[in-house]
Design a protein around this ligand. Structure first.
Ligand code: OSB
Ligand code: MG
Length: 368
């Protein structure tokens, strides 16, 4: 398969409701989509970099620059046997995993289409449906939060995750636990606490959460180990894990018991699968995180979530929770029992709607 051309597009999509975390609030998503031409077969990838460098240092601008000036020149016109080779080729560029993932995942989609296989099958996935949970941003007050959670549970979602930050942590979690004693509940702090907050975080043990996600520094694996020794609640790492060596270190020193996998954060399907395999060997479950993706990123997340060690519900939910109209056909839907059926069509298995994508495009660049 020869990689002949890529088209970069920046589309703007308004979220159905603003999404608030401990690091900021998002209403309008700027999304970089990558369309690849590999010998006439089209592959699609999405870059999960944000508008601002608050979750990670990457932004739409840095990703565009890195793809155009460094990543595409490495692979353009290359004849490759498999998308699995691409990660090694890109390794010379340090970091910039979200930029890498946009390109790498598009190549996987193209290879799966060329072979007439669903991407999930090509990756080695073993499920025909995946379990779906929701991530709920910080709400203006507890009553609003309770109403939101009630609605998501009624829609069938199997697990609720709420965002917390200092001053907005124990009280909302307690209120939720009192109202819904049996639901599968977790919290995500997005690095808003310090090790000195251990006593406060320890109060969360009373609510038998499935996990607490990334309470401490975004690059501080060591302190999470010190915190985990003081908590009964399992720690899950998100921001800290950018490659397999981070995962290995975190597991060995006891910094986490669960890992959140994001294609963008780790650089694509090949590194994600390697981390998945390591975690499986070490009996550490993984689940698929979300980055407020359009349907294209969402479709890649679904394919990845079919791997066997994705044993906990992910933050992969229905298109309509984010968008009035998605960019794929059909849209991602969730069944009443809180699952997403894995599509059986070749590649990502959902068709990008070019007309809609073009109408949302603010910037476009073709690279040959
Ligand atoms: O920490 O998981 C996170 C969104 C943006 C940045 C970071 C995170 C999130 C989410 C949203 O939690 C998950 C989703 O796409 O539903
Ligand atoms: Mg997170």
């Amino acid at each position: 398969m020869r990689l002949r051309k890529i088209t970069l597009r920046e589309i703007h999509m308004q979220l159905v409701a603003p999404f608030q975390t401990s690091f900021g609030k998002t209403s309008l998503r700027r999304i970089l989509l990558l369309e690849l031409d590999a010998d006439g077969t089209t592959g699609w990838g999405e870059c999960t970099a944000g508008e601002d460098p608050y979750y990670s240092y990457e932004t739409v601008e840095t990703a565009w620059h890195i793809i155009r000036d460094f990543l595409w020149p490495i692979v353009k016109y290359k004849e490759i046997d498999s998308a699995a080779e691409v990660w090694e080729l890109l390794a010379r560029v340090r970091g910039h995993n979200m930029a890498k993932a946009a390109l790498e995942t598009a190549i996987w989609d193209a290879e799966a289409k060329q072979k007439g296989l669903p991407l999930a099958k090509l990756l080695g996935g073993t499920r025909d449906e995946i379990s779906s949970g929701v991530s709920i941003g910080i709400q203006p007050d507890i009553a609003t939060l309770l109403a939101k959670v009630e609605k998501e549970l009624a829609a069938g979602y199997q697990r609720i995750k709420i965002k917390i930050k200092p001053g907005n942590d124990v009280a909302p979690t307690r209120a939720l636990r009192e109202k819904f004693p049996r639901m599968r509940l977790m919290v995500d702090a997005n690095s808003a606490y310090r090790l000195e907050d251990a006593q406060l975080l320890k109060q969360l043990d009373a609510f038998y959460l499935i996990m607490i996600e990334q309470p401490l520094g975004h690059d501080d694996i060591y302190s999470h180990a010190a915190l985990q020794r003081q908590l009964d609640t399992p720690i899950c790492l998100d921001e800290c894990i950018h490659d397999i060596e981070h995962a290995r270190a975190a597991i060995e020193i006891g910094a986490c018991k669960i890992i959140n996998m994001k294609l963008g954060r780790v650089g694509g399907h090949t590194p994600a699968r390697r981390i998945h395999d390591l975690c499986q060997q070490k009996s550490v479950p993984v689940w698929c995180g979300g980055m407020l993706e359009s349907g294209i990123g969402r479709a890649h997340n679904i394919a990845m979530s079919t791997l066997p060690n994705f044993t906990l519900p992910g933050d992969v939910s229905a298109s309509r929770r984010y968008w009035t109209e998605d960019v794929i056909e059909p849209e991602v839907e969730v069944t009443p029992k809180g699952t997403i059926k894995v599509p059986s069509a070749p590649g990502i298995g959902y068709t990008p709607r070019l007309d809609r994508i073009e109408s949302l495009t603010k910037r476009c660049e073709v690279l040959e």
